[in-house]
Ligand binder design. Structure first.
Ligand code: SAM
Length: 449
């Protein structure tokens, strides 16, 4: 019975998230609570929902083979087939006959006998004859697209920019799961204390690669740890922790975080300032800026002020040559965080990239005058795309001869990253397959005069 509830709940969530909706932890958490799923069932439930969304294009390809008119399927039947195919193809722990039995029983309850028969027929056919062999797709871009469930335009774009081999690695990494990365609040706890506490609570954890504040948790629902209840830690990917690490932060500095919500990096910067100086944080709307204020408050940080405002208009708020450090963690296409947010790869269009690159350049153009001479500006995105990253920086530098890539940037990178395949003289592109982190770009500019 519990397995029936689990799969029925997974189907509910898939229908709610649907083809256009964003993957939402909130919906997942609400469903887990409502159905009182056990810890073990929670893991399988999350795996089914995540995996089905991550593999959607592959599962649609399978469906075409077994259903004559897949577009005519009712939405819930389509998702029921997708999630059943997902379990049959990618999860070893559940036998096919159990998956089919559950799917048919769900179809009977939700629909009628006719639909249950259809579901039974399709799944048994797949069980008997196996899934189509993706390796037989001749066109190599199309093959990667179907095998790893990435839209064709994106696969082609990455092949053009990074080559075939790297694209395969990026796409394959995007359909895996990565361990949870958390940041400890150094003002309240040491990393050793946090790791000991986690061990006591039964979590396996290790120090992370690029930040003395980072911990990687291999398994378990970390949100249930006391460390969260007591606001001693916050969730943050390792690559995104690199931002504050690379800003050369010392006490009493005045720092601008131009695009700051929900406040992951603003609070990290504030921790690095040890509650001194000031982090002046903006985000487009007041509501989002409030999230930064709340996060800072929860973490006991008193040196953060957050306001809602278009950061392209900040010259009306602050004089030129004012900030010691500036962070522009720009709005971007998010192609580096597909692993955790699979909806991004289905919803983004290639034309979005050009619109975003224009905004990114406007942010740099309008904000850079506010930096003090010899001050540094860190530009980052969570995307894997040359136009939004190296392209924007190169265009900016051409029209701003008073700026240069900080000559110390590469020297100050953690040793591991100095060997990174994405390091160029315009900055560091971290790919999601390089270190089991999000894909990310960062570079540091210095104002010469
Ligand atoms: C990558 S997210 C920032 C993440 C944040 N730095 C953190 O670490 O939690 C980019 C943010 O830029 C904001 N944004 C977009 N356009 C903006 C603009 N013109 N001015 C200020 N913020 C903007 C978005 O609302 C979004 O919250």
């Amino acid at each position: 019975m519990t397995k029936h509830i689990l799969r029925n709940s997974a189907l509910d969530v898939l229908i709610r998230i649907g083809d256009n909706g964003a993957f939402s932890h909130l919906i997942i958490d609400q469903t887990i609570k409502k159905n009182q799923l056990s810890m073990k069932d929670q893991a399988l439930f999350t795996e089914i929902v995540y995996g089905t969304l991550q593999r959607k294009l592959t599962l649609a390809y399978f469906t075409k083979r077994f259903v004559a008119k897949p577009n005519k399927l009712e939405d819930w039947v389509k998702w029921l087939l997708y999630m059943s195919f997902y379990q049959m193809q990618y999860l070893d722990k559940v036998p096919d006959h159990a998956i089919i039995h559950e799917a048919v029983s769900i179809a009977k309850k939700r629909g009628h006998l006719g639909i249950a028969k259809l579901v039974n027929g399709v799944l048994r056919n797949a069980q008997r004859n196996g899934f189509p062999n993706i390796e037989e797709i001749e066109d190599e871009a199309e093959r990667i697209s179907i095998a790893t469930s990435h839209p064709l335009w994106l696969v082609k774009r990455w092949i053009n920019t990074y080559g075939f081999e790297k694209t395969v690695e990026i796409c394959e990494a995007n359909v895996t799961t990565k361990p949870i990365s958390i940041r400890i609040n150094l003002l309240r706890i040491t990393r050793e204390e946090a790791i000991d506490q986690l061990l006591e609570e039964g979590y396996e954890s290790t120090p992370s690669l690029f930040s003395e504040q980072g911990i990687i948790v291999q398994k378990g629902n970390i949100l249930k740890s006391k460390l969260f209840a007591e606001n001693l830690v916050t969730i943050q990917d390792q690559s995104s922790m690199l931002v504050a690490e690379m800003m050369n932060l010392t006490e009493d500095l005045i720092v601008l975080d131009a695009c700051s919500a929900p406040g992951g990096k603003a609070t990290h910067i504030a921790e690095k300032l040890r509650n001194s100086g000031q982090v002046i944080a903006y985000d487009l709307h007041e509501k989002k800026a409030n999230l930064v204020t709340q996060k800072a408050k929860a973490l006991g940080l008193t040196n953060v002020v957050a306001k809602g405002m278009d950061a392209r208009k900040l010259s009306a708020e602050h004089p030129e040559d004012f900030f010691d450090r500036i962070l522009i963690d720009a709005p971007c296409s998010g192609l580096g965080v597909i692993r955790g947010k699979p909806d991004i790869k289905y919803s983004k269009k290639e034309s979005d990239i050009h619109t975003l690159a224009k905004i990114q350049l406007e942010l740099l153009d309008n904000i850079s005058p506010l930096l003090k001479k010899n001050g540094t500006l860190l530009y980052s995105t969570c995307t894997v795309d040359r136009a939004e990253n190296e392209g924007v920086i190169s265009t900016f530098l051409t029209s701003h001869p008073d700026f240069e890539i900080d000559p110390n940037f590469i020297d100050e990178l953690p040793t591991l990253l100095k060997e990174s395949p994405g390091l160029t003289d315009l900055g560091l592109q971290i790919f999601p397959d390089d270190f089991q982190t999000d894909g990310f770009f960062l570079t540091r500019l210095r104002k010469k005069r």
